[in-house]
Ligand binder design. Structure first.
Ligand SMILES: [Zn+2]
Length: 411
């Protein structure tokens, strides 16, 4: 029996897995996968912290009949977990689906038309926290795999899933660590598919092929406190930080690149904390966030920011950190395969895009080509987050066609 993506989405949404709590969400997925003979590695990271994170890596390998007939392989077809332990020889193409089971907080419960973890179906949609971001996509992929295994029992290769419970939070003990584990246990795939909701209004619109990076900086200017009637006796950091930030915002960092829009510089906070109009403060601080394209790396961007500040000759301290490097999937074959599958199901040619914030796709990007395709993101993180039942079916079919094309089976 193939798995129903709507029922599985409901089962997942009913686990209140507000990050980093798991609330049984991953067990719902692993139970379905183990029924299909997947080998599941439960990976709990951050055990030294108050909030350990549940993750899992599941994989299923199968040899087609031709490989089975060769002398080198004698395992019966029924033993599908031939890749069950580390270091197994590669026997066909390897595809990994990546996602998360954690969700953002609900907001005020009374604002929801139905309770956020009831997964109620109202008319043509399923309402619930995480339904679109991204339990629906998790369910669609598992459902697609079940259809694929029933329809094409002789496929050849490896299907894996890397699922984290720490995407919406700090993301320190999630995909970044799963990918390290995959690398150390020879489970890096040939291609990765991230099921984050990629479509703004309707299915078939956008396949994400990269993301901008994110750099953050804390700028501090020290001065000398004094009476505002005697500014010559003080040294005003408020004026100086305004000059520094003005210089930064004046600059055009780049004109965008082939697949990316220009980098954006955003001052997110200016903090002095001075309530007195007759006191010149001693210290001023600002926070900066730069969303950067593939013209830059975190270090080259920080170097550039410092050179802009240095030109002003104003003494400053800058503490910079790179949350995420940008990445771009240039692998034309993998991009085309996914776009072809989307078009086959949705009758629209999707656009390749690099918009949105950062995503966990960046962690696998250094190892293999990765694209992102999922549900509609119009209601994610909102009150009454929802998914259309039709879209769950469309996504399941799309993932099914991706599997079919990736493993070169069927017509
Ligand atoms: Zn998400």
């Amino acid at each position: 029996m193939a798995i129903d993506p709507v029922l599985l989405t409901q089962e997942l949404v009913r686990c209140p897995s507000v990050t980093p709590v798991d609330a049984g969400a991953q067990a719902v997925m692993t139970a379905a996968l183990e029924q299909m003979n997947f080998t599941v590695h439960r990976l709990i990271f951050g055990t030294e912290t108050p909030n350990p994170v549940h993750n899992f890596f599941a994989h299923l390998s199968r040899q087609g009949s031709t490989v089975l007939n060769s002398a080198a392989h004698s395992s019966p077809l029924a033993d599908s977990s031939i890749n069950g332990e580390e270091g197994a020889a590669k026997i066909g193409p390897r595809l990994c689906f990546m996602g998360h089971t954690d969700v953002v907080p609900t907001g005020r419960l009374s604002d929801w038309t139905t309770p956020p973890f009831d997964a109620a179906i109202e008319g043509d949609r399923l309402i619930g926290r995480g339904s679109a971001d991204m339990k629906g996509a998790n369910a669609a992929f598992v459902a697609a795999v079940s259809r694929f295994l029933l329809r094409y029992p002789d496929w050849n290769g490896t299907i894996s899933l890397a699922i984290t419970g720490d995407e919406e939070g700090v993301a320190a003990h999630g995909t970044v660590k799963i990918v390290e584990w995959m690398r150390d246990h020879d489970h890096i795939p040939d291609a990765a598919l991230v099921g984050e909701p990629s479509n703004p209004q309707f299915m078939g619109q956008i396949v994400r092929v990269g993301r901008r990076g994110s750099w953050c900086g804390k700028l501090i200017v020290e001065g000398k406190q004094g009476h505002s009637a005697y500014p010559e006796l003080a040294d005003n950091p408020a004026h100086k930080i305004v000059t520094l930030l003005h210089q930064l915002l004046q600059q055009k960092f780049d004109n965008g690149t082939e697949f990316f829009k220009p980098s954006d510089v955003v001052v997110t906070s200016i903090d002095i904390g001075n309530e007195a109009t007759n006191v010149i403060p001693a210290r001023a601080q600002a926070l900066i966030n730069i969303r950067f394209n593939d013209h830059w790396t975190g270090p080259s961007l920080e170097q550039h920011v410092r050179s802009i500040f240095d030109e002003t000759k104003i003494p400053y301290e800058l503490y910079g950190w790179c949350n995420a490097e940008s990445f771009m999937t240039n692998d034309a074959m993998w991009r085309k395969l996914v776009a072809d599958a989307v078009q086959e199901v949705s009758q629209i040619r999707p656009v390749f895009d690099t918009g949105g914030g950062t995503s966990d796709a960046r962690f696998i990007a250094p190892y293999c080509p990765v694209v992102e395709y999922g549900l509609i993101n119009a209601t994610i993180h909102q009150i009454n987050e929802c998914v259309f039942l039709n879209d769950l079916e469309t996504l399941t079919q799309t993932y099914f066609v991706i599997l079919k094309k990736f493993f070169s089976v069927g017509d």
